[in-house]
Design a binder for this molecule. Structure first.
Ligand code: NAP
Length: 295
């Protein structure tokens, strides 16, 4: 299978490299052409001038762009070049409705859309260990499986188009609740005067532990939040969760609380920090900057 890659960002560049290692990568395209040109020169894979040109060279396209409007823009631009039976595998995190709209764009050309958002962060993209949550036609999914397995360790089809995004939204709600609990607990522990590194070591093996506790509580001890999963990206994902829940007339408390916390962090200039920066606000519950406790 010849595969083209679109969107060589923090995630996409690693994913494209893993496709190349698997012998699948046939062409690359990026909105800012310099990124595609340097990867092209390094890997010896052509960088096309347009998305339609990339589409015409391949059997499958993997895209990993930012948000809903970007996925629709890219899909519309790919459509004229795609052959019947070609598969577009979109790994961006967007709304399930956007995935269904993108599938509608491709249907007249006989091309197929799979929504395949990923979890595992930049580390997972680099190591090829992403969890990939898919929605779409089962036969197209089976054809795409080798491509997905070159980028991820766990590859699961959940149902029709949009199901992958629904599974990813579920994951993002869990991340919100867990990072909030970890930040709150760490602020509490610090106020108790506990030795925090020893605490992470011990509680990291206990029932309340999680990936976020083990890997991100140390950021809270150091007071440094280098971009792993950016606050503004998680806020985007939680807005998707909010909209999906609103269709049922439901407002989700964890989602609403974390959207509030992220809005505050973004307003203070911390939107590009890792979501463990939530600790900044939780610490203020105990040590308010203005002397007044936050509620
Ligand atoms: P990123 O570093 O900001 O990269 C975004 C990529 O999308 C860039 O290549 C950008 O092109 C391209 N792009 C954006 N809008 C576009 C448009 N309208 N047309 C064409 N290309 C466009 O983002 P990322 O961290 O790789 O994340 C990509 C997606 O994966 C997002 O949906 C994110 O939520 C999801 N995700 C991220 C993580 C993570 O830990 N970072 C984890 C799981 C899932 P330019 O180079 O021209 O800007």
């Amino acid at each position: 299978m010849r595969v083209g890659f679109v969107g060589l960002g923090a995630m996409g560049e690693h994913m494209a490299r893993n496709l190349h290692k698997a012998g699948l990568l046939s062409a690359v395209w990026n909105r800012t052409p310099g990124k595609a040109q340097s990867l092209s020169a390094e890997l010896g894979v052509p960088a096309t001038a347009t998305l339609a040109e990339l589409a015409a060279r391949v059997d499958a396209v993997v895209s990993c762009v930012s948000a809903d409007a970007d996925v629709l823009e890219v899909t519309n631009a790919l459509a004229p070049g795609l052959a019947a039976g070609a598969v577009v595998i979109d790994c961006s995190t967007v709304a399930a409705d956007t995935a269904r709209r993108a599938a509608d764009v491709l249907r007249p050309a006989g091309a197929v859309f799979l929504d395949c958002p990923v979890s595992g962060g930049v580390e997972g993209a680099r190591d090829g260990t992403l969890a990939v949550m898919c929605g779409g036609d089962p036969e197209a999914f089976e054809r795409a499986r080798p491509v997905l397995q070159a980028m991820g360790r766990t590859v699961t089809l959940f149902g029709p188009v949009g199901s992958g995004q629904a599974a990813k939204a579920t994951n993002q709600i869990m991340c919100a609740g867990i990072i909030e609990a970890v930040a709150e607990a760490m602020a509490f522990a610090r106020a108790q005067g506990l030795p925090l590194e020893k605490l992470i070591d011990t509680l990291g093996k206990g029932a309340g532990s999680s990936w976020y506790f083990v890997h991100r509580a140390p950021n809270m001890v150091r007071g440094a939040y280098p971009a792993g999963f950016r606050v503004r990206l998680h806020a985007k994902d939680l807005t998707i969760c909010r909209d999906m829940a609103a269709r049922f007339g439901v407002s989700l408390p964890v989602v609403e609380r974390m959207l509030g916390e992220y809005a505050e962090l973004i307003a203070r200039g911390h939107g590009d920090e890792d979501i463990s920066a939530t600790f900044r606000l939780k610490a203020e519950l105990f040590e308010p900057a203005d002397g007044k406790p936050r509620s």
